[in-house]
Design a binder for this molecule. Structure first.
Ligand code: NI
Length: 193
């Protein structure tokens, strides 16, 4: 296992649409080592998730895990999920003005590829996720709230999208100012609860 270097915003690989992993390659030592390295790298920097393009591999793999995370102290725990070729389908409707507040989750997101910044992003609060696990077995589940936000953030990485592209205008701020000025009740708002 090895820590991998994290690509920062501006690296072209973060803007590419990553390619699918052929299922027959999932068991290969290259893909398994990549997954182990992604886990080690994410845990080393207290990430809630990491996607392969963030470690300079343009393939459709992401991992998600939250365990008593100091970067996200208000988060519920998310057990480790390794997701290969994930597909995420929103399970909410939209109103005339887009996503309805009661069907959205609004969170000040951060990203290992955009160090030191936070920005407020509104996303569908309920999604269906289909993927292959690290053994190549199909998995399917429905996630809500924080989990839905985290998996949508990671899926965006596989499509060359960064959260700053989706952040509300004027909401970007540095971590120090976020810690100082954004009250806990505004950091994460689940409109469906
Ligand atoms: Ni990110």
């Amino acid at each position: 296992m090895a820590l991998r270097k994290i690509a920062h915003m501006g690296e072209p690989i973060l803007r590419q649409v990553a390619t699918a992993v052929p299922p027959e390659q999932i068991a290969s030592s290259r893909i398994q080592a990549l997954i182990e390295d992604m886990l080690e790298t994410m845990r080393d920097v207290d990430g809630a998730g990491i996607a392969a393009p963030q470690v300079y591999e343009s393939c459709r793999i992401c991992v998600v895990e939250v365990r008593a995370n100091p970067r996200y102290p208000h988060f519920p725990e998310i057990p480790l999920h390794v997701l290969i070729n994930p597909v995420v389908e929103p399970l909410v409707g939209t109103g005339p003005n887009g996503l309805r507040p009661e069907e959205s989750v609004t969170m000040y997101e951060g990203c290992l590829s955009v160090p030191g910044l936070r920005g407020r992003v509104q996303r569908p609060r309920r999604v269906r996720v289909r993927a292959l696990d690290r053994h190549g077995a199909p998995v399917e589940f429905v996630w809500e709230g924080v989990r839905a936000a985290v998996i949508q953030h990671e899926l965006d990485h596989l499509d060359g999208i960064l959260y700053v592209d989706r952040a509300a205008p004027g909401s970007l701020m540095f971590q120090r100012e976020y810690d100082r000025y954004v009250p806990a009740e505004q950091r994460f708002v689940d409109g469906g609860v």
